[in-house]
Design a protein. Sequence first.
Length: 395
Amino acid sequence: MTAETTAFRTQVRQWLEDNCPPSMRTPMPEGEYPWGGRDPEFPNPDTKLWLERMAARGWTAPMWPKAYGGAGLSPEQARVLDEELTRINARPPLFSFGYWMLGPVLLEFGTEEQKRRFLPPIARGEIRWCQGYSEPGAGSDLASLKTRASREGDDFVINGSKIWTSEADKSDWIFCLVRTDFEAPKHRGISFLLFDLASPGVEVQPIKLISGASNFCQTFLDNVRVPVGNLVGQLNGGWEIAKRLLQYERQNVAAAGFGADFSRNLWDLAAAYSPHPEGRIEADLRARIADQVMHSEAIQCLVARMEAETSGQSASVLASVLKIAAAKTNQQRGELAIEAMGGAGLGWSGEHFASHEVNEVKAWLRGKGNSIEGGTSEINLNIIAKRVLGLPDPA
């Protein structure tokens, strides 16, 4: 470690000690995730304070250029910042699809005007974004999407619908794939547009999931007018942007554990529900928990490796490897928790089941979607075969 890095660590450590509120050094409770937006809700005032302080330093997007709301940190400095935040168990100051997915794409494909218009509000948490990719008839075969955008003067006019648009009912803007050339091969007639969900003609309907949550929505678009200036990249060149964004999505959702809201670690859970008075865990279950924990640690090492290799640049196709591994590990964790809890693992609601038991069951059910969202495991296996292993197409 260089003297410069050591000095930077000292500065970061002191600033965090002076500026990170004590309540922001505790586990994140449900309902306090700082998604930001035009009309954000902050049940804990310290959440807003923490976001404002970190955004003022550009540390919500540490490696973005200062001109776009970031701090312009080097990869090494960004790792130091992350390590110091972890050291004090600091909560993330911002949860944002805009930062995780759209921002990197704008840095690579956006015009200078688009970068200056959209990136600083993303870094400050002022606009909440959602993703408009999948459609009722276009899931794994995303390029078969039918939502149309026709040019009329200085606007595109959009008609169609999107599904599984996470958090659309709470979001302000959407980054959306639309078909702009209806004669070209399906991969070559797609464009990437940004638009305000408050635009006339947008209707968002939440979708209830088996876990009881409603973070997924269907979004209907009826003659929605979008300025031509909101086109990112080239007209009909949206498929390349779409693929790049999916790499960032897979990398980030996997690194974050798919947002799983597990109440306790597996060791404590298994011991608490053990049939033995002293809390002893049966050998077979103990071995499988150890295997799952090791896989989880290995995934975190893979995340760190990928972050070091990309250094804030384009996401790697290895994101597909990470996504498959993380989905499988997360689902195994849920299965082991339900098994360890025995009869309590059947809890859904009611006074007979504790809140943490219900949370575990809901997390287990929610995990069933991990091998679908962000591209199915089958699609990601194909990507690995072709782009990582270089295998030929089957005859």
